[in-house]
Design a protein around this ligand. Structure first.
Ligand SMILES: [Zn+2]
Length: 233
């Protein structure tokens, strides 16, 4: 009963045709058909290196990985718009599940020796933005990953966003870092101490947000900090 109700809700929330190619979706498919998931997107890290594209990471960050290359005017941008601006929170859960199945399930053993010590940290958003959007999109992605990998998501009050930052897309790296300074506040360091923390976000652009967040949680002495995003800009 519960499962069929949930499936029914998902059918209402998702379109019945593939966002990528327009084909009618088969029974278990959601949002994207299997062929589109397999072939439409580019892997930004095919060799499974510690970073996508040789990025230099801050000392406390051990890896940075993404599922798909994020191009402007692409299918992935359309999906991200649905997730961030059209209230389709289930899109995030879907992307998280796909990422867990395709990428994380294979890579996580290489990155993190003991999965039982791992926790997911979705990049927090300010409460004002959350009220406007209705949810934190990074949290939705983390929930999808957690579903399949059985890695817990840190509670929302572990790290909070205390400053409402303006949209950053037009700023350069230094300006973004400056803008983000003191935007995050570590509230429950005991939940992070000794854990392998994986920061989760929708799109990795310059890294300013994730790197600022990793610096904010560093004093809690995590065992390691990694970054995983759906898109790599
Ligand atoms: Zn398709």
């Amino acid at each position: 009963m519960f499962t069929s109700l949930k499936e029914g809700l998902e059918q209402i929330a998702f379109p019945s045709t593939c966002i990528g190619c327009g084909d009618v979706l088969a029974g278990r498919e959601n949002l994207l058909c299997e062929p589109c998931i397999e072939t439409r997107f580019d892997d930004p890290n095919p060799a499974n290196n510690a970073t996508c594209g040789g990025l230099i990471l801050p000392d406390e960050v051990t890896f940075q990985d993404s599922m798909w290359l994020y191009d402007k005017d692409s299918v992935l941008q359309t999906i991200m718009r649905m997730l961030k601006y059209e209230g389709m929170s289930e899109t995030g859960v879907f992307l998280g599940r796909v990422a867990a199945e395709r990428i994380l399930i294979r890579h996580i053993g290489k990155r993190i020796p003991d999965k039982t010590d791992a926790v997911l940290l979705p990049v927090p958003i300010h409460k004002r933005r959350k009220i406007k959007r209705g949810y934190n999109q990074a949290r939705m992605i983390a929930d999808g990953i957690a579903d399949l990998l059985h890695i817990p998501v840190l509670p929302n009050d572990a790290v909070v966003r205390v400053k409402h930052t303006v949209t950053q897309t037009k700023f350069n790296f230094d300006k973004r870092m400056h803008n983000l300074k003191e935007a995050f506040e570590l509230r429950r360091p005991e939940l992070i101490k000794g854990r392998h923390v994986i920061i989760i976000d929708d799109v990795f652009t310059t890294g300013s947000t994730c790197f600022t967040l990793s610096a904010v949680i560093a004093p809690a002495a995590p065992a390691s900090v990694g970054i995983f995003t759906i898109g790599m800009a």
